[in-house]
Design a protein. Structure first.
Length: 74
């Protein structure tokens, strides 16, 4: 299930740290099993967007690190 454009746009404004903290809290809620089904679906959708956003931050950091270390080896 892909996140809605509204959720994706909202999540895109978060820093890595903000997105990760929210994702950790969201997972805690879902693992608790006390969230109604309708809310679970919304949380899952937001979690997907948060995870993708964090992955994007980390991929970018890895690319930058590889570029920096490649420049040192040349």
């Amino acid at each position: 299930m892909a996140p809605s454009p509204e959720i994706a746009a909202e999540v895109a404004q978060l820093s890595y740290e903000q997105a990760r903290a929210e994702l950790v809290e969201l997972v805690r809620k879902l693992e608790g099993g006390q969230v109604p089904l309708a809310e679970t679906i919304g949380l899952w959708e937001r979690g997907e967007a948060l995870a993708a956003h964090c992955r994007s931050w980390l991929d970018d950091a890895q690319t930058r690190l590889e570029a920096a270390t490649a420049g040192q080896q040349a």
